[in-house]
Design a protein around this ligand. Structure first.
Ligand code: GUN
Length: 285
């Protein structure tokens, strides 16, 4: 059996069109949804990500402000900028692109963002809201993975979901989202013994490690859903995920490709969070 693909580009187009409709409705009420993207330094990958985020806003009726600062910007000056954006009524979402230069405490900057504008979902208040089921913003990448599962009508209740990776921005929030849908969740990580013995029990595997071939065909139960969050380069310099796609697609029931899978969904969910924030702000006035 060859797995069916979950197409992140196609799903993104649908969800972004919904964002554009919601943006138009807000504009008709005199509210222009706005995202501020803050980039410090000249990390080439960050520059590409930031450009894509700003373009996605423009393409879908959101206003975006890109603030670029030199790598020497002081932590105090960055905190002051975040504070100004917190107070700016034209801004509904604030995203400080990571990584930040080493002299800046990234967690301190994230905690300075007002939680109602934390569209990245990285603030401890957002993490706490996800953990307790309170309203807040969910981190975009795992939220995008949940939308992909939803798009195939997958019923998570009672299923065994295995998450490989325990980062604060993907692995841990992913596990909480799956748990909230009543899956039985296992989190695996670098100290896990016999990863394959665990993944072979999984109905759903989410691979979020950042290393090629973490999941191979022999580690997958026939028919399982495989979500690949990885973004790596192979020996030829081509983009690839954490999953051995060619092998695993012959065993899995569903699989997300790289590129064209989770990647576009991350930006899509940033737009969704930003429009949601703008709608909440509009309701509150
Ligand atoms: N760096 C890499 N991915 C992300 C992201 O989703 N948000 C932010 N703020 N920085 C990142």
């Amino acid at each position: 059996m060859t797995a069916q693909l979950i197409d992140g580009n196609a799903l993104s187009r649908t969800l972004r069109a919904e964002v554009a409709t919601r943006a138009a409705a807000l504009k008709a009420r005199g509210v222009v949804p706005g995202l501020a993207v803050v980039l410090v330094g000249e990390n080439p990958a960050s520059q590409v990500y930031v450009r894509n985020k700003v373009k996605a806003c423009e393409d879908n009726g959101l206003h975006s402000v890109l603030e670029k600062y030199p790598a020497e910007l002081s932590e105090a000056d960055l905190l002051a900028r975040v504070e100004a954006l917190n107070k700016d009524p034209a801004i509904h979402g604030i995203l400080v692109q990571l990584p930040l230069p080493a002299h800046i405490d990234a967690q301190k900057v994230i905690e300075a963002i007002a939680p109602p504008k934390d569209v990245d979902g990285f603030h401890v208040a957002s993490a706490g809201a996800l953990m307790t089921g309170m309203p807040g913003f969910w981190p975009c990448t795992p939220y995008g993975c949940m939308k992909m599962l939803e798009s195939i009508g997958y019923e998570l209740r009672g299923r065994h979901a295995v998450v490989i990776g325990r980062s604060n921005i993907v692995g841990k929030p992913m596990a909480l989202m799956l748990l909230a849908k009543n899956a039985t969740v296992t989190i695996c990580h670098s100290a896990t013994r016999d990863l394959g013995a665990i993944t072979r029990q999984a109905d759903v595997v989410v691979a979020a490690v950042g290393k090629r071939n973490v999941l191979t065909a022999d580690m997958v139960k026939p028919g399982a859903v495989v979500i690949d969050v990885g973004m790596n380069r192979n020996d030829e310099g081509k983009l690839c995920g954490d999953v051995d796609f060619a092998g695993v697609r012959e065993v899995a029931g569903w699989i997300t490709p790289v590129p064209g899978g989770v990647g576009p969904m991350t930006i899509t969910m940033l737009l969704v969070n930003t429009i949601e924030s703008a709608e909440r702000a509009a309701e509150a006035t």
